[in-house]
Design a protein around this ligand. Structure first.
Ligand code: BG6
Length: 468
């Protein structure tokens, strides 16, 4: 069947400031929580930034953005997802005035995108809370974060209102359940964190997200503002009704975040959930009204599905923040993430059945070890057929979902240029169409090389998916 994608489908790629910009202390940037997290989400923090932290230099997008955006344009990108590093704009997070040099950097980046007709898709907060806000306020546990966030979003919306149409509030907002430090800037160690504090932080983020949506719509009536969640279908490990219900509950725990963003209020099931956990959330009297500012679309990352069962001793899966239980029918990536293209069609249909709001797939891709070789023409490249195969299989399912009736705005594959991994802080876990010559021992020239998938994706975009 010839693949038919919508005419205005936004093809592109996705990144995050802390994983690729580098320049961690240049032009007035303050430290972010990532600058003292050198070995990934499960490893200990350091007191100061250390040389073994690959994110400090990243892939040096800060100085090479022109070259990189030119390569994205060569692939035909319609959209480029990037995040603004909050600590470039407000170095500590609680200042009253922004850092002009930080604002000017993103002006240059957005101008460069527009030079090629590429729309920026901007994540406001992607795992890079200013470190000071984590240390001094315990991150989103503290209600004052809403005030700091409001100041930050007003600043960037006002500054970039004519340059950015598509915005996402918090990257993978539901990941806070599993990664409270990187997702919520919460300084209290996970083991010491009470569920009540966790859900209070979640409530603050949900209110802040709705407030950003409200302010964004006021300042930029034409803008589209979305939430961003990790989408993971959860299958029951067996057809035992207990397993089916367990899987349903696990999936719903994640859906709660989209429910509030899309419906403008907590869902009915939250009442029992909070009661059973013994949680009573502190509400400000304005919260109920603020939450009514719902999003224009739902964006999500998709890498894997998982299973669940009542027998929790079976929890052995690995993956994108939440592991779950291994599925005997699926293969996994070198990092143990279960590969499930059909799961993408499934979760898209589930989300659309539930909300009937446009979807945007803003992350998907295969993290793999690549080998740089010299081809017959003497060019350095990577023959990454495994990546092409992964992406193709997933895009075929996106196409199926579109023809199931799901409204989809676009697709930005993760790490369109190699960057530092969020979970393990390695560079050897590569996702890109463009190879970056940098290695985990800190060596490398930072030169960029086009992989085989670069030409494949270019063709997919050129034909609006027909070449799949
Ligand atoms: C998502 C994050 O969880 O997955 C990205 O939004 C991250 O920041 C991506 O990089 C892939 O995960 P990893 O750990 O392979 O980099």
């Amino acid at each position: 069947m010839i693949k038919q994608f919508p005419d205005n489908f936004l093809w592109g790629g996705a990144t995050a400031a802390n994983q690729f910009e580098g320049a961690y202390n240049e032009d007035g940037k303050g430290l972010s929580i990532q600058d003292i997290l050198p070995k990934g989400i499960l490893a200990p923090l350091t007191d100061e930034p250390t040389d073994d932290n690959m994110k400090l230099i990243g892939i040096d997008f800060y100085h090479r953005y022109k070259e990189d955006i030119k390569l994205f344009a060569e692939m035909g990108f319609k959209v480029f997802r990037l995040s603004i590093a909050w600590s470039r704009i407000f170095p500590k997070g609680d200042e009253l005035e922004p850092n002009e040099a930080g604002l000017a950097f993103y002006d240059r980046v957005f101008d460069e995108c527009h030079k090629y007709g590429i729309e920026p898709l901007v994540t406001i907060s992607h795992y890079e809370t200013p470190l000071h806000l984590a240390k001094a306020y315990d991150g989103w546990i503290n209600r004052k974060m809403i005030v700091f966030f409001e100041r930050y979003v007003r600043t960037i919306f006002t500054r970039y209102k004519d340059k950015v149409k598509y915005w996402l509030t918090f990257n993978e907002i539901n990941s806070i359940i599993h990664a409270p430090y990187i997702s919520g800037g919460i300084w209290t160690p996970k083991e010491a964190l009470e569920e009540k504090e966790l859900y209070q932080a979640i409530h603050h983020e949900l209110v802040a997200s709705a407030l950003a949506t409200k302010i964004g719509h006021e300042i930029m009536p034409e803008a589209k503002i979305g939430c961003m969640i990790i989408a993971i279908p959860v299958y029951p490990l067996t057809c035992h009704p207990d397993d089916a219900f367990k899987a349903f509950e696990t999936e719903r725990e994640n859906m709660l975040f989209a429910d509030v963003h899309v419906r403008g209020k907590y869902p009915a099931y939250a009442k029992r959930m909070f009661a059973e956990k013994g949680i009573q959330i502190d509400w400000d009297e304005s919260d109920e009204e603020i939450l009514k500012n719902t999003v224009d679309f739902i964006s999500f990352s998709y890498y894997m599905s998982t299973c669940d069962t009542l027998d929790q001793s079976k929890k052995n899966g690995k993956g994108n923040i939440m592991g779950g239980v291994k599925n005997p029918y699926l293969d996994a990536s070198e990092w143990g993430w279960q590969i499930d293209p059909k799961g993408l069609r499934l979760i898209m249909n589930k989300l659309y059945d539930r909300y009937e709001k446009p979807l945007f797939i803003v992350e998907n891709g295969l993290g793999a070890c690549d080998e740089l070789i010299v081809d017959a023409q003497g060019n350095k490249t990577v023959i990454d057929d495994y990546r092409i195969d992964y992406l193709k299989q997933h895009l075929v399912q996106v196409h199926e979902a579109i023809h199931d009736g799901v409204q989809v705005m676009g697709y930005t594959s993760w790490g369109c240029i190699d960057l530092v991994s969020a979970s393990t802080a390695e560079l050897k876990k590569r996702y890109g169409y463009i190879f970056v010559d940098r290695y985990d021992d800190g060596s490398g020239t930072l030169e960029r090389y086009k992989k085989k998938s670069f030409y494949w994706y270019k063709k997919v975009i050129e034909t609006n998916g027909k070449a799949l």
